[in-house]
Each structure stands twice: as structure tokens, then as C-alpha cells.
Design a protein. Structure first.
Length: 170
């Protein structure tokens, strides 16, 4: 009788171990499926809303001409939008050191006054704006950085910066 009880006890113990192993596998598979679902939802969000590669595609301003007045320390720039979209405005900066000299690789060292032009410039439109330079006696370089205002947020067009060497001196 004792042998029969031991055998019955061993069968029950083995059945419990088999059920525990089965439950462990079911839980493991369930956790794996839940994690795969979470990763799918996360990736679906990023694929549906990709990050923009550039905030200002196809923006191109050029400096068509400039005219300096040494007596009033002003420079008049004629700027044209050669891009495909409207530009909300641009920042104007200058440097008094020529390119290739020490410190001359930074065109936008000093802001011109006014430091920004805030008016929409349509494609192929040319505008004329007068700036004063009060920080230096002469201008060797001009830098124009366009920006776009969309949904009350200003986006600088870093890839569309225009630098041009000029000669404005008293």
C-alpha cells in the first residue's frame, strides 16, 4: 500500500511540474507577443510622422546688387527670391574682415541695422532694403539667412545662407 501511495504521490508531483512548465511557457509567449505589439505601435507612430529632413526645402535668396554710402554708413541690398516658396524674411549680418584672413571665415559676425527684414518675399520677387552698419567702419562680407514663419514658429533656413564678399569702406 505504501508503494501505491508513493507512486500516486510521484504522479501528482510530476503532473504539477508539467502544469507549472506549461504555465511558464504560456506566460513567456504572452509577454513576447505583448512586447512585439508595443514595438509595432511605437514604430507605426514614427513611420506615420517622420521627422523633417530640412525645415526650409527649396529656399534660395541671392544678393543681386549692393550700393554703399560711406558718408551715411549705409548699404542698400537688392535681394531676390530664386526659390520655389515664399520666404517670411531674413537676417542680415556682416563682417569687416575679408574671407581668407584670420577671422574672415565668419561672415555673420555683426548684425546690420535693422538686423532682420520681416516681410514675405514671393518667388522671383526682388526687394530693396537699406541697412546701416554702426559697429565697424567698413564691410567686407555680407550674410543673409532666410527664415520661414509657420504656425507662429520661426524656422531658420541654415542650408540656404548666402555669403557674399563686398567692398564698403569710407
Amino acid at each position: 500500500m505504501d508503494k501505491l501511495n508513493k507512486l500516486s504521490f510521484n504522479k501528482k508531483q510530476m503532473n504539477k511540474r508539467a502544469v507549472e512548465t506549461l504555465i511558464a511557457y504560456v506566460l513567456l509567449i504572452g509577454i513576447g507577443v505583448a512586447m512585439a505589439g508595443a514595438v509595432y505601435v511605437w514604430l507605426k507612430f514614427y513611420i506615420a510622422n517622420p521627422l523633417p529632413t530640412e525645415s526650409c526645402p527649396d529656399v534660395s535668396l541671392i544678393i543681386k546688387s549692393y550700393n554703399c554710402s560711406e558718408s551715411s554708413k549705409t548699404i542698400t541690398l537688392e535681394i531676390q527670391n530664386r526659390g520655389l516658396f515664399n520666404v517670411s524674411g531674413f537676417y542680415a549680418k556682416m563682417n569687416n574682415i575679408a574671407e581668407g584672413q584670420p577671422g574672415g571665415n565668419i561672415a555673420g559676425k555683426y548684425p546690420l541695422n535693422p538686423r532682420q527684414y520681416l516681410e514675405s518675399i514671393a518667388p522671383a520677387k526682388t526687394i530693396t532694403q537699406e541697412f546701416t552698419f554702426i559697429y565697424v567702419d567698413s564691410i567686407k562680407q555680407i550674410e543673409i539667412e532666410p527664415f520661414i514663419i509657420s504656425k507662429n514658429q520661426t524656422s531658420l533656413c541654415e542650408k540656404a545662407i548666402v555669403r557674399q564678399s563686398v567692398e564698403c569702406k569710407p
